[in-house]
Design a protein around this ligand. Structure first.
Ligand code: EPZ
Length: 419
């Protein structure tokens, strides 16, 4: 296993280009199952999770290759297998995203029930209930969700919570269902807009893009897609927070500032300078203190839960006390114990963490527990006095491609070593 070794105290200065969004690439890769032909996806990031999804698609019969320029070509002519094996699904719960497309294409899907993960139980009841509303029958057999649907039929699907992958699964099933499907309380994350654009390009008929009510008119067949993955807003936010925490000055290129309204607002309130253009953001601190601000994670366009841990790292150095409330997942404070090892003053009160800002953090050996907690520890290590070693960074590699290389090119002293 690898670890990261960071010598803190360097400002993050210069320019960084972000990759395509992991949480758009995963559903859009799954959507290639919906139609035969050769699909072309640009800007797919090369991550552990996207490599896992490609292995999963290949196990169903999809053949793929990367063009010299990096675009992915995926041929789905021969999709015959419909079983997503445990050994693949256990490493990535987003494998559940193949349920809808397989049921729509083959009328069968057998997906290992994803285990929980560090941040919560993460059930998939919204997914199976929504697909059942479209006519699928499920049973649980030896840890596998086994679904059948002779032909899916349009219906109204209401989400108690605006589930991101739940909305994506129902969308991908509904585009081939007979009749009309209305999804109410749909998630509105930008990644869903990216999926809607792909499906529309394949011949789907979807109304309500960007709203919480989506209306899908099922069609008899779909053609292959050609689509570009949107920039990763969470990778963008992670770099913004690294620049703010280190008192640096960083221009982030190839990003979508309009997808980060909540973080930009919070950083400005914390005293950080944020300028933006169509596809770039400049974050700078002019040596002033960071002011503590409160944050409450909410579905988009609220403050993203995927940036909660990274924002907490910044607040450990703020003047004052910040209350950070996590409303999406039940156990997404795994990074708190590790930040405390670096000297942070944080106490947990139910779904809230109370962060009392300190003048400095001190380097130590810490352990990554989940993807975004790892990013939080990297930010804290960049500002801590002395050396910080972060173990188990396979968590980090799920969602960031070459994070340490990008940060090193912007002034950080950070290297990967085997443990
Ligand atoms: C997506 O997960 C993202 N993953 C997560 O990013 C992100 O944190 C999350 O949305 C919230 O924004 C991908 O897009 C691949 P949800 P998802 O369904 O779809 C509960 C990262 O770091 N729920 O919106 O699984 C659930 O437990 C990852 O990149 C049910 O109860 O999240 C949670 O409390 C982490 N039953 C809430 O709803 C269900 O059937 C929202 O979850 C589904 C969800």
């Amino acid at each position: 296993m690898d670890k990261l070794v960071i010598e803190g105290g360097r400002r993050i200065v210069g320019e960084i280009r972000v990759d395509g969004a992991k949480n758009a690439a995963l559903p859009l890769l799954a959507a290639t199952l919906l139609a035969p032909g050769t699909h072309r996806l640009e800007n797919v990031p090369d991550l552990r999770d996207t490599r896992t999804m490609l292995r999963l698609l290949a196990s169903f019969g999809v053949e793929w290759e990367r063009e010299p320029g990096g675009a992915l070509l995926l041929n789905s002519d021969r999709v015959e297998n419909f079983e997503a094996s445990y050994d693949l699904v256990k490493t990535m719960r987003a494998s559940v995203l193949v349920l809808g497309p397989l049921l729509a294409r083959l009328g069968r899907a057998r997906v290992s029930l994803p285990g929980g993960c560090a941040i919560g139980a993460r059930p998939i009841d919204f997914h199976t209930a929504g697909l059942a509303a479209l006519g699928a029958d499920f049973d649980l057999d030896a840890g596998y969700v086994d679904g059948r649907a002779a032909r899916l039929t349009g219906n109204t699907v209401y989400f108690d919570i605006p589930s991101v992958t739940g909305t994506e699964n129902i969308l991908m099933a509904a585009v081939r269902a007979r009749g009309t499907t209305v999804i109410k309380n749909a998630a509105r994350e930008p990644e869903i807009g990216n999926l809607i654009d792909m499906l529309t390009g394949m011949g789907a008929r979807i109304k309500g893009r960007g709203s919480d009510i989506l209306e899908v008119e099922g069609v008899d067949e779909l053609g292959p897609a050609s689509v570009r993955i949107i920039p990763d807003r969470i990778e963008t936010g992670t770099f913004m927070l690294a620049a703010a925490a280190t008192g640096g000055e960083l221009r982030i290129n190839g990003c979508s500032p309009q997808h980060l309204p909540a973080l930009i607002e919070k950083l400005r309130r914390a005293g950080v300078k944020v300028d933006q253009g169509d596809d770039w953001i400049l974050v700078a601190r002019d040596g002033g203190d960071i002011t503590a601000v409160d944050v409450k994670t909410m579905p988009y366009p609220g403050f993203p839960t995927d940036l909660q841990a990274q924002f907490m790292a910044l607040m450990t150095l703020a003047r004052g006390t910040s209350v950070i409330t996590e409303t999406i997942f039940e156990n997404r404070f795994m990074h708190v114990a590790e930040l405390r090892r670096l000297g942070a003053d944080i106490s947990i009160d139910g779904h809230s963490a109370v962060v009392r800002g300190r003048k400095n953090l001190r380097g130590a050996n810490v352990m990554a527990t989940d993807l975004r907690a790892s990013a939080s520890l990297v930010i804290a290590g960049l500002v801590a006095d002395g050396v910080t070693e972060i173990s188990r960074i396979y968590h980090l590699d799920r969602g960031y491609a070459g994070l340490e290389k990008k940060l090193a090119r912007a002034g950080a002293v950070i290297r990967r070593e085997s443990e």
